[in-house]
Design a binder for this molecule. Structure first.
Ligand code: ADP
Length: 566
């Protein structure tokens, strides 16, 4: 039998896969990505969580004689990757980040200089560091990996201004390395944006199916947090295995974890970014080794957690968008066995997300606070700014990043160093004219609108009576032919013949039309159910034709219907 050139490459890849990792076959998408990289292409790979994205660059890096730099947003994730390679007796990987002592940094940098490390994990801000960039210039940099690549897109769900550095960093390099951008969740629009931001429009795209047939999707609409806690109590009398409960605020994570441990005797713990790093790693370790069965966390938890047997992910509050939702539920059932994903929703959840979006808006005042501090500190084109002072003046860390990132993009300044509590900035070629400020504010407005749209899409998905899986995947640009037997709550309902169409929504709308003035959701349901409350009679609501039109529904069921219409 004769093997063509490609055939030999596959044989070679399989042999390397066995040699370095002990695996006998590639998972879907892995081989396509690696082949495209080996053939000298830039590549964008979209693969679902748990499918093995890391291997797509680790294998080419180990097979290459050159250096691979991996840009990754999370320090803990980098450490895990390096440790896991070490357990496989692969010692050519190292990380550089701000949490390593200066002494250790120097040691690692010397190791890199001597060519001992083939695979270097760095945080995106490292690429601003001149001495590091100079060091890289002297190395045979062959592959630049951008992990969690959606972070570069302002239209993605987790935009990180530091990622915008990457474009600038690449322009500085004398010889362009190949670029491999990886992400689990990117809509077609975000994919386009990633390619544009990285300057690789010609990249080969490998988009593996995002479908995870073993995940069962469901939503329950409830009236408030109390009802959610009651439901959790019911669920946990039967629920087995370990899982994650996501909540939107730190306070809620603690409240729910407390409830589960005290009321239900579960081994549960909270996890959020407000906890000390040691505390967080203790919880994470305990969850991974099974000492804790439930982690109640904010979205700070989960990236890079390689636990195969997570049996459920429950959203106690609404996430920010479908991307965030899918990324979070994607942590369940990595072993391929059935896992349940349940989102608990009440109308106030949306308001909280809206509040969070508004909290990220940039105003003229924020720009003024920043600009005054910058102009005050400017000497010989350099300014050192104390971030605590800005925070005290009303410009928090998150907004500060947004302002600096935006001004960098407009060429007004560049960030040369970021250390704990201070920023060193260098003035750019352009002036801070009113037009720039206006453009920055407009961009911010556009980004917020995009987030609002994403939230609205998620809320639509919550209220849909169609197949949740189809709708979710369609959002990511994918059409599925067949749904699994345990697909979602809506498919289940349709399967057992629960009627999902009725005249009731129309009755509700008619009632709204007849109302002489605006009323709240609860009053609307009371009118429709025809309850003889004094407050209704006093205002003549009992005279409306719609009064008492839907008598045979419970208040709760009717309220859920009203929410769906909203
Ligand atoms: P992702 O980054 O896509 O979420 P990871 O790279 O963390 O996923 O990989 C998830 C797990 O799958 C890891 O434990 C990894 O060792 C394993 N894995 C990756 N590729 C293969 C393969 N071809 N065969 C078997 N296991 C694999």
């Amino acid at each position: 039998m004769f093997l063509g050139e490609r055939g030999w490459l596959v044989v070679e890849l399989l042999a390397a896969l066995k040699k370095y990792f002990g695996f006998t076959d590639f998972r879907p998408g892995q081989r396509e990505v690696i082949e495209a990289v080996q053939a000298g292409n830039n590549v964008l790979a979209v693969m679902p969580t748990g499918q093995g994205k890391s291997l797509c660059y680790q294998l080419p890096a180990l097979m290459s004689s050159g250096v691979t730099v991996v840009v990754s947003p999370l320090v803990a994730l980098m450490k895990d990757q390096v440790d896991s390679l070490r357990t496989r007796n692969l010692h050519q990987a190292t990380t550089l980040n701000s949490q390593i002592s200066r002494e250790e940094q120097v040691k690692r940098l010397n190791g890199i200089r001597r060519g001992e490390h083939k695979l270097i994990y760095v945080a995106p801000e490292r690429l601003r560091n001149h001495s590091f960039n100079e060091l890289l210039l002297g190395l045979p940099l062959e592959l630049l990996v951008v992990d969690e690549a959606h972070c570069i897109s302002q239209w993605g769900h987790d935009f990180r201004p530091d990622y915008l550095n990457l474009g600038e960093f690449m322009r500085q390099l004398s010889k362009q390395p190949r670029v491999l951008a990886l992400t689990a969740t990117a809509t077609p629009r975000v994919q386009e944006d990633i390619l544009q931001q990285l300057g690789i429009p010609d990249a080969v795209r490998v988009v593996a199916s995002s479908d995870r047939p073993n995940l069962q999707l469901a939503v329950r609409q409830l009236t408030d947090s109390q009802a959610k806690l009651v439901l959790l109590e019911d669920l946990f009398t039967v629920k087995e295995g370990s899982g994650i409960i996501y909540a939107a605020t730190r306070r809620d994570t603690e409240m729910v974890a407390h409830h589960l441990t005290t009321r239900l005797n579960l081994r549960a713990a909270a996890y959020h970014a407000g906890m000390a790093p040691e505390q967080r790693s203790t919880v994470q370790e305990a969850f991974i080794n099974g000492a804790i069965t439930v982690v109640v966390a904010t979205n700070a938890f989960g990236m890079g957690i390689d636990k195969q047997d997570i049996r459920f992910v429950i959203h106690f509050s609404l996430p920010a968008c479908l991307e965030a939702y899918y990324q979070e539920v994607g942590r369940a059932g990595r072993d391929g066995k059935p896992a349940q994903c349940l989102l608990l929703y009440n109308a106030q959840d949306r308001a909280l997300q809206e509040w969070m979006i508004n909290n990220d808006s940039l105003t003229r005042e924020h720009l003024v606070i920043f600009w005054q501090a910058y102009a005050r500190g400017l000497q010989n084109h350099r300014a050192v700014i104390n971030t605590a002072e800005l925070v005290a003046a009303g410009l928090d860390e998150n907004r500060l990043r947004l302002v600096v990132g935006a001004l960098e993009r407009h060429g007004v300044l560049s960030l040369s160093e970021r250390n704990a509590g201070m920023l060193e900035l260098v003035s750019g070629a352009k002036e801070m004219v009113p037009g720039v400020a206006q453009a920055v504010l407009l961009e911010s407005q556009r980004r917020l609108n995009e987030r609002r749209n994403k939230l609205a899409t998620l809320v639509n998905w919550v209220h849909t009576s169609r197949c949740r899986r189809r709708m979710l995947l369609a959002y990511f640009g994918e059409k599925i032919r067949q749904t699994p037997p345990s697909c979602c709550d809506n498919c289940f309902r349709a399967g057992i013949g629960v009627e999902t169409t009725s005249h009731e929504p129309l009755e509700i709308l008619r009632c709204v039309q007849q109302l002489p003035r605006e009323v709240g959701r609860k009053k609307l349901t009371a009118i429709l159910r025809g309850t003889k409350e004094k407050s209704l009679i006093e205002r003549d609501y009992h005279l409306l034709p719609a009064f008492g039109k839907i008598k045979n529904r419970s208040g709760k069921a009717l309220l859920a219907m009203v929410d769906r219409l909203l």
